[in-house]
Design a protein around this ligand. Structure first.
Ligand SMILES: [Fe+2]
Ligand SMILES: [Fe+2]
Length: 269
């Protein structure tokens, strides 16, 4: 079994497809991840499973690889101490930025329901959303991940590559969204808005729950300090206007949507 710990998970799944079902049971997304060459031991380390969960998972996988042999399951060496997520200050800053992005994502279904590209106000709402995606989610937030945080890690790590691919897909969604808006193509706007929401919601969940805790466990105290300083410098370079404008946009959009909801309720009465 020891030798399989050092094998790529994709190869193991190809040889033993049942392993994919076992990983799915533990919400480990190696099957949908299309980059994938993580080793089996990395999967356990990155997902920070509890000791009992790890033992049960490894026993199930061992049983698929060596059916009926009752093989000894090696314990994976790891740095994590508990399942409780405690972010370092710079990583916490990124998690806090996700909160504003999630607030905009949460509005998207209502934005779609009330879509009106014929009115100036309707177009303005979508344009504001695109500005938020580009200025806040991308230039303010993703840039710190790409230009600073990820630079501390091996660029060939699957988990980092997957996150970068998500950023690239998000950028093309934003481009396609603007294009659809300019053409007055309502179906296109709806398609790209909901595609963006789905992509970014999943992306943020992966970062908050898997990537960030794992990165944090692998950063030294000195690196954490450096990161904090570098994030601060990056924020100062962008200036206060961008995050303020984007916060205001989300507040404004929330207000607009609440008003719409209330007037709908009134009409039903
Ligand atoms: Fe990201
Ligand atoms: Fe992020």
């Amino acid at each position: 079994m020891e030798e399989y710990l050092k094998k790529g998970i994709k190869d193991i799944i190809t040889k033993f497809p049942k392993v994919a079902d076992i990983l799915n049971e533990y919400n480990i997304g190696c099957v949908p991840c299309n980059v994938g060459s993580c080793l089996l031991k990395d999967i356990v380390e990155i997902h920070n499973l509890g000791e009992d969960e790890e033992a049960a998972l490894m026993a199930k996988i061992g049983n698929v690889i060596y059916p009926g042999r009752g093989i000894k399951i090696p314990k994976v060496q790891r740095k994590a101490k508990s399942k409780q997520i405690q972010y370092s200050p710079p990583i916490k800053k990124l998690v806090d930025e996700h909160v504003l992005i999630k607030a905009w994502l949460a509005l998207i279904p209502e934005v779609i329901e009330n879509i009106d590209l014929k009115s100036r106000a309707g177009r303005q709402l979508i344009l504001g959303g695109i500005d938020f995606i580009r200025s806040y989610a991308d230039k303010f937030h993703h840039a710190k991940e790409e230009d600073i945080l990820f630079k501390y890690f091996d660029p060939n790590l699957d988990i980092v590559k997957t996150m970068l691919e998500d950023h690239t897909t998000a950028r093309s969604r934003a481009r396609a969204l603007l294009d659809a808006l300019e053409k007055g193509d309502e179906r296109g706007v709806v398609e790209h808005l909901s595609g963006y929401k789905e992509l970014l919601s999943e992306h943020i969940k992966k970062e908050d729950e898997i990537l960030y805790p794992w990165l944090d466990r692998n950063l030294s105290m000195t690196q954490v300090g450096e990161l904090y300083e570098k994030f601060d410098k990056a924020d100062r370079a962008i200036g206060e206007e961008v995050p303020k404008r984007c916060e205001k946009f989300v507040e404004w959009a929330e207000g607009k949507i609440t008003k719409k909801k209330n007037s709908r309720k009134e009409a039903v009465k």
